[in-house]
Design a protein around this ligand. Sequence first.
Ligand code: GMT
Length: 441
Amino acid sequence: MNRKHRIAILCHASAGGSGVVATELALALSELGHEIHVIASERPFRLTDDRLAIGKDNTALEVTSTQQLSSLGRLGQMLLQAKTGIQQWVQRIRKSDLLEAEVASPKLHFHEILGGAYPLFNEPMTALTAANSLVSLIEQHHIEIVHAHYAIPFATSAIMARDMGYPIKVVTTLHGTDVTLLGQDPAYAATTKHAVHFSDAVTAVSHSLAADVYKAFGDKKKVEVIHNWVDTNRFVPNGDTKTRAKFAHPEEVILVHVSNFRPVKRPEDVIRVFAQVNAVRPARLLMIGDGPQRAACLELARELDVLGRIQFIEFVPNVEDFICVADVFLLPSQQESFGLAALEAMSCGVPVVAYNVGGLSEVIADGATGFLCEYANTEQMAQRTLEILQDPDLLLTMRFEARTRAIEQFHPEFIMPRYVALYDALMADTKQTDVLEAVLV
Ligand code: GMT
């Protein structure tokens, strides 16, 4: 089916993977000619002005520029080979029915959720204000599909709008903590279960998360696994020695961690691992992001006497430039349904060392694109990191394998058609006039 859909994408705007995935999905779908309306309390941080401009030509189908690659010497050559393979693949897939659809001019809109503040009450009523915003949008733009990212509160808002009589289809993508943390909290468990059961379609970003959903909410609802993807044009090795030189001397190695510094990310473990690595091999650490554990990380770094070797960098819009200088990316999360940050690092040709939790084993190929370590074992993580850093051949091979895996397994060309097929299947028995009629009545 080549029908274009009118889709509202509801997501959290704050720094978090679900907002990133929702934004990238919105951009990619609008490039394919679907009419997309992003709704959030504020503009999602990755929906920047320049990203909006990307939709103007169909550049998402391009692969890494040769110039960028050739500056990388042996690694560049290896990546170039991977690039050629993927280009052939893209040519082939372009010829298939799925993506053959003519690419219309981008149709991407952003809408802020209506405010709804009332001076008497302190309680935020986001679920209700989001449902109201949706209703206005459905009426004005004849939305057919509402795609909620993160179960609560947005899937609930979409279901509410549908229950008001609008014949929309509700798609909910589960991202992780909505099921594994909030979904387990008695304060949210019943509403999360309701959101999952009453969505028209539910997707999870990994097999591991799908299994968690079945465990938490029963197996009555089919959950389709659609992995996250990465923009391999943006997250690309760039051989930028100038930026690297800003953070480290030539003989030093660089470790990088990116997260929102919540307890679930265990950023203090990054400091512990770094201290052990630095004791053997002079190193620098970039801690990128911000969140509740930042102060504890600073304190621990002081205690372990490595503070002077660590740069804390709060929010950077061009995170890829910082990831690219890394020799190894550290991700010692307690739970990670997918680990988008790990995939972005791999796409930059950076091996990832992480704990073996959640869906990380679906992203990181243990021993090939990095290492998976026993949960909470910082000694093992430091040892694995050193194994990579002390062996230039292993580092080079892992860099190549990481980039190749990102391109071959997690390129938007493979993932995006899964979402489009899901929308097509949902709309297959809905006549286009149904939505218009319901809105006009
Ligand atoms: O809980 C978070 O870390 C935030 C959450 C989000 O909504 O941004 O991240 C989850 O979704 C990401 C995108 O699908 C995944 O890559 C992360 O692994 C997942 N986080 C956890 O499971 C902890």
